[in-house]
Write a protein that binds this ligand. Structure first.
Ligand SMILES: [Fe+2]
Length: 274
């Protein structure tokens, strides 16, 4: 069994300290194979904020795959934004902006969808699409195939349509053909799980959005949340996993499972309960 702890939009600089501790409690209890940080790791890409993020990663003491979000690029420091937009990110989290992690049960590929010349919109290039597709085709049998990107590939709310990743449908078509199972993202602080594309539907790749794991910048009444992805044995020759959403409770000072979505595997038998 492979488990991924999916954290997003930690926004260090606006973190809620008790919630950070609760995230660490979950990580310690579960000991996932990988912790994913799907961008907006800091609030304003400042050194002190990245130092807090780095300390958090050190305290996790687990394999971490991180990709930048738009907040991880300096906004007001134009000098840094133009000349060295990822400098602070790299010093804190490592040189790779598009890291790859694999185990016998998992292939996880990070893509950098931020663009310093854009303020907050995300984009993926043909070169990135091709590189990820090629890596997906090299996956070994039994590996769950996951792409991590900050910007979402599908919206649940109409108001989020403008936040979607530019070139997403081209990317999803190529990656579906290359064997993609799941896209992990963040950016809009709203957790949900959907087929990644209306074009390929539930038989194609899926996407899981995580809310903000520990920031005060929650969206409306959506609490801090995180995802736990559990990849079990293949079902009927198809790779399957479940995506668990865990919400933070202020009363309990802890995260708890609130919802599970099954992704992939055998389609339910006609008439079977969902
Ligand atoms: Fe964010």
């Amino acid at each position: 069994m492979t488990r991924i702890l999916h954290l997003s939009d930690t926004h260090f600089g606006t973190e809620r300290k008790p919630v950070v501790e609760a995230v660490l409690d979950v990580a310690r209890a579960i000991e996932p194979d990988l912790v994913v940080l799907s961008g907006d790791i800091t609030q304003r890409a400042r050194r002190g904020q990245f130092a807090a993020a780095r300390k958090f990663v050190q305290r996790l003491s687990l394999p971490v795959l991180a990709v930048p979000g738009n907040h991880d690029i300096p906004l007001f420091n134009l000098f840094a934004r133009v000349l060295d937009p990822y400098g602070n990110y790299r010093r804190a989290l490592g040189a790779a902006l598009e890291p790859v992690f694999e185990t016998p049960g998992l292939l996880a590929i990070g893509v950098n969808t931020t663009r310093p010349r854009r303020r907050k919109d995300g984009e993926i290039s043909d070169a990135q699409i091709g590189r990820v597709a090629q890596r997906l085709r090299q996956a070994r049998p039994g590996q769950l195939r996951v792409v991590v990107a900050h910007h979402p590939v599908r919206a649940k709310e109409e108001s989020d349509l403008a936040n979607l990743l530019i070139n997403r449908e081209r990317a999803l078509a190529a990656w579906a053909q290359a064997g993609l199972d799941l896209v992990l993202g963040g950016h809009i602080h709203l957790p949900y799980v959907l087929p990644a594309s209306a074009a390929t539907g539930p038989g194609g790749p899926w996407m899981a959005q995580a809310g903000t794991a520990c920031s005060r910048r929650v969206r409306g009444r959506v609490p801090n949340s995180l995802n736990l992805i559990v990849h079990e044995a293949e079902q009927g020759g198809r790779r399957a996993c479940r995506v668990e959403r865990w919400d933070y409770s202020d009363a309990a000072h802890a995260f708890a499972l609130v919802h599970t979505t099954r992704v992939g595997g055998e389609p339910p038998a006609p008439g079977a309960a969902a």
